[in-house]
Write a protein that binds this ligand. Structure first.
Ligand SMILES: [Zn+2]
Length: 432
């Protein structure tokens, strides 16, 4: 029977890099391939309704053993980041890691430096899985996939008996869940493996009605014990600056150079107090990240970010005031600002189903950790799912340095993540 490590090593070898510039869904064939593997494995574990839909999304249901308990969902994404190749991943398992910097064997110029990696020193003595330095690992988010699959195996009573990841030995007189994990009383659990999260399309083809859960959990976070229950609220502003082009030889008093006005626009944005490079923690920011154009027209794309959705309107107002100040000085110019909604802080939606976070925190405490609530200075699939009506906080799975060839995963953290899911299943099993 498979262990968590067997599963993880098998999944990272399937190349599932998401592709940004395509209309295909999923954006790469490897995601369909991994989906087929997962459906077959779910069926082998006894998940009768496991299947893949026309978009490549995998779903299946762990049937309830506690009648009447609400359905929850465990969600992870099968694709990996397009920021680095994940072709021919050659995972390297460092058992009982000695706590020293790890030089990656396939490219010794790549070194995972302990001092520069938050929390890594604490993992000495554990099993670390790295790449050989030539690819991503894809622990983001195949650690999540492997954790969920292992939790399913446990719930279905089909976990590898020799696996060290099973539950801790119980206090005297209590049930030994290691030998009767399948007897855990839990409600129905919907398993969902999504596509193209890394290119912002993870939720596009998800049918919340088909999921049918009262809340979901994405397994897509870093250090174990972390619980992401807040994200930015986000809008995108597209600033179109229109000037007047004319042959430079004939330009006196006539030309209005949109490039120059764009420079003025950027310099008047309050970057000293409202930029990603000058803010931290709970502060929001304005972030120009794309500029394109010429003398006639320049387009700036500016990210608006704040934990308070109401502040996004104030940020847009700042951009309009900057535009007005320029138009006064250059009357023939035109500046158009279009604001598009992106996603909203998940906190509000989570408050509608307070059990989602409360029971996750309780599950983390039950494995002996203190939950660390995190505010993500970005968005997750959970922010969009929460907004659409499926409250979805994010749980950690022990992945680190993701989107980089220095990516690694910690096996013991992944195992703890499985235990947290088992506790979570039981806690929800008592709810009505
Ligand atoms: Zn991810």
């Amino acid at each position: 029977m498979d262990t968590l490590l067997d599963r993880f090593l098998r999944y990272v070898k399937v190349e599932t890099t998401a592709v940004e510039q395509t209309d295909r869904y999923p954006s790469s064939p490897g995601q369909l391939e991994l989906g087929k593997i997962l459906v077959a494995e779910l069926k082998a574990l006894g998940i009768k309704d496991a299947g893949v839909d026309e978009h490549g999304i995998v779903m299946g249901t762990v049937p309830a053993t506690a009648p009447g308990a609400p359905m929850i969902a465990w969600i992870s994404h099968m694709d990996t980041s397009p920021e680095f190749t994940a072709k021919n991943v050659k995972p390297v398992v460092h058992r009982n890691w000695n706590g020293k910097d790890i030089v990656l064997s396939g490219d010794p110029s790549k070194v995972i430096c302990v001092a520069e990696t938050k929390g890594m020193a604490d993992l000495a003595g554990k099993t670390i899985i790295t790449t050989d330095g030539t690819t991503l690992l894809g622990a983001d988010d195949k650690a999540g996939v492997a954790v969920i699959m292992t939790a399913v195996a446990e719930l279905m009573g089909k976990a590898a008996p020799q696996a060290p990841l099973t539950l801790p030995s119980p206090p005297r007189g209590e049930r030994d869940l290691r030998t009767e994990a399948h007897l855990i009383a839990h409600g129905p659990i919907r398993i969902v493996f999504t596509c193209d999260e890394e290119v912002g399309r993870g939720v596009d083809k998800l049918d919340l009605k088909k999921i049918g859960a009262v809340c979901g959990y994405t397994l897509d976070g870093e250090s174990i014990g972390e619980l992401d229950n807040e994200t930015f609220s986000a809008d995108l502003a597209v600033v179109t600056i229109t000037g007047r082009n004319i042959h430079p030889g004939l330009a006196t008093g006539k030309m209005v150079n949109a490039i120059r006005l764009a420079g003025v626009f950027l310099s008047r944005m309050p970057w000293q107090r409202l930029a990603p490079e000058t803010t931290a923690n709970q502060d929001g920011f304005l972030h120009p990240y794309v500029i394109e154009g010429g003398v006639h027209e320049v387009k700036l794309r500016v990210l608006l970010r704040s934990f308070a959705a109401a502040e996004l309107a104030e940020q847009a107002a700042i951009l309009r005031r900057v535009a007005d100040s320029i138009l006064v000085e250059h009357p023939p110019a035109k500046i158009d600002i279009e604001v598009k909604k992106q996603y909203r802080n998940m906190r509000e939606a989570l408050e509608k189903e307070p059990r989602a976070v409360r029971l996750a925190a309780e599950a983390i405490r039950r494995v002996g950790l203190e939950p660390k609530f995190q505010s993500i200075r970005g968005g997750t699939d959970g922010s969009r799912l929460s907004e659409l009506g499926l409250p979805t906080p994010n749980l950690a799975v022990g992945m680190h340095n993701f989107h980089s060839p220095l990516e690694f995963a910690c096996l013991e953290e992944m195992e703890t993540s499985v235990k947290i899911l088992m506790e979570l299943a039981q806690l929800w099993g008592r709810e009505k």
